[in-house]
Design a protein around this ligand. Structure first.
Ligand code: PRP
Ligand code: URA
Length: 206
C-alpha cells in the first residue's frame, strides 16, 4: 500500500527543503520536523496491549505498545529522519544500514549493517528521505527481512513513481509512506522536482 501523507505543514516544510538556496541547518531542521509529523500516520495501526494501572482516582485499564519498534535509517541520508521519529517513540531501537548508490550504474552498494535482537517480533521502519529507482530501499528491506523482520514499513520523504513500483513489486507486503509522490526520474536517476542530493544537503558535503 502506498500512502502519501497530505498535510499543510508537511507541504510547507517540504517546499522549504526543495528550495536550492536552503542551507544545511534549515534543511536538517525541516527534515527532522517532517519526520515527526509523519509519525502519526505511520504508527496509526501499531498494536496495543491492555495494562492495569491506578490513576490518582481509581483502577483503570490503559494501553501500551504491544511490539518493539525498530527504526532502520539507510545511511547516510536516512539518519536525518531518525530524531523526529524517535522523539515520539523514545523506546524505539535504531538499526543501521550503510549503503551508497553507484553514480554510473545507480546500483546500491552496502558497506555496513547492525541490528538489535529479535527483529521478528518488532515493527521495523526503514527510513530514507529519497526513493528514486528504489534499488536502495529494496536492498535494505531484503536485509532486514533476512534478519527476521516480518512487519516492515518504508518511510521516505520524496518518492518517484519508478521507485514506488519497484518496491511494490519486490515487497508487496511493505507499506510505503511518502510526504510527496514526485513526477519522474531524470537521466541521472535524480527525482524531479525532488530536492537534489539529500545526503549532501543534510551533511554539507558535495
Ligand atoms: C541516496 C538516498 C537513497 C538513494 C536513493 O543515497 O539517500 O539512499 O540515494 O536512490 P535509489 O532509490 O535509486 O537507490 P546516496 O547513495 O546518495 O548515499 P548518501 O545517503 O550517503 O548520500
Ligand atoms: N538520491 C538523492 O539524494 N536524490 C535524488 O534525487 C535521488 C537519489
Amino acid at each position: 500500500m502506498l500512502k502519501v501523507i497530505d498535510h499543510p505543514l508537511i507541504k510547507h516544510k517540504l517546499t522549504v527543503m526543495r528550495k536550492k538556496e536552503t542551507g544545511t541547518k534549515d534543511f536538517r531542521q525541516n527534515l527532522d520536523e517532517i519526520g515527526g509529523l509523519m509519525v502519526y500516520e505511520i504508527t496509526r495501526d501499531l498494536p496495543l496491549k491492555p495494562i492495569e494501572i491506578e490513576t490518582p482516582i481509581c483502577q483503570y485499564t490503559g494501553y501500551e505498545l504491544a511490539k518493539k519498534v525498530v527504526i532502520v535509517p539507510i545511511l547516510r541520508a536516512g539518519l536525518g529522519m531518525v530524531n523526529g521519529i524517535q522523539d515520539l517513540i523514545p523506546t524505539a531501537k535504531i538499526a543501521h544500514v550503510g549503503m551508497y548508490r553507484d553514480e554510473e550504474t545507480l546500483e546500491p552498494h552496502t558497506y555496513f549493517e547492525k541490528y538489535p535482537k529479535n527483529l521478528e517480533d518488532a515493527i521495523t521502519i526503514v527510513v530514507d528521505p529519497m526513493l528514486a529507482t528504489g534499488g536502495s530501499s529494496v536492498a535494505a528491506i531484503d536485509m532486514v527481512k533476512k534478519q527476521g523482520a516480518t512487519n516492515v514499513k518504508l518511510v521516505c520523504l520524496v518518492g518517484a513513481p519508478e521507485g514506488v513500483k519497484t518496491v511494490e513489486k519486490a515487497h508487496p507486503d511493505v507499506d510505503i509512506y511518502l510526504a510527496s509522490l514526485d513526477d519522474h526520474l531524470n537521466e541521472h536517476g535524480y527525482i524531479v522536482p525532488g530536492l537534489g542530493d539529500a545526503g549532501d544537503r543534510i551533511f554539507g558535503t558535495k
